[in-house]
Write a protein that binds this ligand. Structure first.
Ligand code: NAP
Ligand code: 3JN
Length: 348
C-alpha cells in the first residue's frame, strides 16, 4: 500500500453530470489528492467548482493540461478522449476513461473492480470504465458466473435520462412542465446520439439509446453485449440486449434472464450467491413487496437485486431485477474505484 503518497489528479469534463460525481467521490479520500485540476471545454473555462470547500477555477482542456498529473479522469465524450487521453499518457499520467473510445481496444483493460480487478495489471496507460448498463449487470452476474457458470444472458433495460447528460435531465423537466400545462412538448436531445429524429421523453418510453447499427441493434445494446463478454472473459457467452429510455431521472433498472451451465440450482442458491457477492445488496421479498427501484437506489454505490425467480419452462433459467445509480456505480464511483485499486496495487 502507498497510502502516504499524494497524487495530482485531473478531471476532464469536470462541469458535467459524471465529472461532478467524480469530484464528489474524490472528496471522500479514496487516496490522498495533492492537487486537482478541473478541465472542461472553452464554454465553462473560468467558472468555479468546489473541491473540499475550496473554489477551483475550471480550465480549458488542452494537450498541455497534463504536466505533473498522476491520474487523469476523462468524462467529456469519446472524441475528447481520443484526442487528449494519449496526450495525457505521453505526459506521464494514467488515464481512467469513462467513454467508449478505448473500451474494446485489446491493449486497454475494461474494468469493474469487483469482477476483473486483476486486468488492471495489464494496463499500458489507459484504463476504460465500462458503459453504465454493463457495469451493474456484470457486477451482479459475477458471483453467479463463479458458482454456477453462465450460458446465456438476455437483458432489457429501463434507463434514466441522467445517462444522456445534464441537458437531457433539463429536457425531461421542461417537457413534464409542458405536458402538464397542455403545451406542445419540445424534444431536442433524446434519443442521445441521434441527429435525425427526437421524441419527447416525458410520459413516454423510447426503445432507442444511441444510434442504430446496420444489424438493427443500437450502439448501447452492442456496448452491453461486447463489453460483458470482454469483462467476464467469456467470448462465447450468449448475450442479447434491448435498451430503453424511461422518464426517470436517476438509476438504471434491468430485467435480466440468465441460463446457468450447472443444473439443479435453486432460487435459494442464486440468492445466497448474490448475497455473498461484492458490492451487491439483495432486496427481494414478495411477501412484503420488497424489491429495488430507481428511487431507492439513487445516490448509493451498490448494485441492488430483487425479483429472483426460476423460469417456469427452462430448467436452468432464472430472472433477476437489477437496479443501480447510473452516475454512481455506473460511472463516477466505478471510475474512482479503479483509481483506488491502481493506487492500492502500486500500479500508478
Ligand atoms: P454532460 O453532463 O453533458 O457533461 C459533459 C462534460 O464534458 C462537461 O464538463 C463539458 O464541459 C465537457 N466537454 C464537452 N466538450 C468538451 C471539449 N471539447 N473539451 C473538454 N471538455 C468538454 O455529460 P456527462 O453525462 O457527464 O457525460 C460525459 C461523457 O461521459 C459522455 O459523453 C460519455 O462518454 C461518458 N459517460 C459514460 C457513462 C458510462 O456509462 N460509464 C455514463 C454517462 C456518460 P462544458 O461545461 O465546457 O460544456
Ligand atoms: O445513455 C445512457 O444511459 C448511458 C450513456 C452513456 C454514454 C453517453 C454518451 C456517449 C456513452 C457511454 O459511456 O457509453 C458515450 C460514449 O462514450 O460512447
Amino acid at each position: 500500500m502507498t497510502q502516504d503518497k499524494q497524487y495530482n489528479v485531473a478531471v476532464v469534463g469536470a462541469t458535467g453530470a459524471v465529472g461532478q460525481n467524480i469530484i464528489k467521490y474524490l472528496e471522500e479520500k479514496p487516496f490522498q489528492v495533492n492537487n486537482i485540476k478541473l478541465l472542461s471545454s472553452k464554454r465553462s473555462a473560468g467558472t468555479k467548482v468546489q473541491f473540499n470547500g475550496e473554489d477551483i477555477t475550471v480550465e480549458e482542456a488542452t494537450s498541455d493540461s497534463f504536466k505533473d498529473i498522476d491520474i487523469a479522469f476523462f468524462s467529456a465524450g469519446g472524441s475528447v478522449s481520443e484526442r487528449l487521453a494519449p496526450e495525457a499518457v505521453k505526459s506521464g499520467a494514467i488515464v481512467v476513461d469513462n467513454t467508449s473510445a478505448f473500451r474494446m481496444d485489446k491493449n486497454v483493460p475494461l474494468v469493474v473492480p469487483e469482477v476483473n480487478e486483476n486486468d488492471l495489471k495489464e494496463h499500458k496507460g489507459i484504463i476504460a470504465n465500462p458503459n453504465c448498463s454493463t457495469i451493474q449487470m456484470v457486477a451482479a452476474l459475477k458471483p453467479l458466473q463463479d458458482q454456477f457458470g453462465l450460458k446465456r444472458v438476455i437483458v432489457s433495460t429501463y434507463q434514466a435520462v441522467s445517462g444522456a447528460g445534464l441537458s437531457a435531465q433539463k429536457e425531461l423537466t421542461e417537457q413534464t412542465r409542458q405536458y402538464l400545462n397542455d403545451e406542445e412538448m419540445i424534444a431536442n436531445i433524446l434519443p442521445a446520439g441521434s441527429d435525425k429524429k427526437h421524441y419527447p421523453i416525458a410520459f413516454n418510453a423510447l426503445p432507442q439509446i444511441d444510434v442504430f447499427e446496420d444489424n438493427g441493434y443500437t450502439k448501447e445494446e452492442l456496448k452491453m453485449i461486447n463489453e460483458t463478454k470482454k469483462i467476464m472473459h467469456e467470448p462465447n457467452l450468449h448475450v442479447a440486449a434491448t435498451c430503453v429510455r424511461l422518464p426517470v431521472f436517476t438509476s438504471h433498472s434491468e430485467s435480466v434472464y440468465i441460463e446457468t451451465k450447472e443444473s439443479n440450482i435453486t432460487v435459494e442458491d442464486i440468492r445466497k450467491a448474490l448475497e455473498n457477492g461484492e458490492g451487491i445488496i439483495v432486496e427481494d421479498d414478495p411477501s412484503t413487496q420488497t424489491y429495488p427501484t430507481p428511487l431507492s437506489a439513487e445516490g448509493k454505490k451498490e448494485v441492488f437485486v430483487g425479483r429472483i425467480r426460476k423460469d417456469l419452462d427452462t430448467e436452468n433459467g432464472f430472472h433477476l431485477w437489477i437496479v443501480s445509480d447510473n452516475l454512481v456505480k455506473g460511472a463516477a464511483w466505478n471510475t474512482v474505484q479503479i483509481a483506488e485499486a491502481l493506487v492500492n496495487n502500486e500500479l500508478v
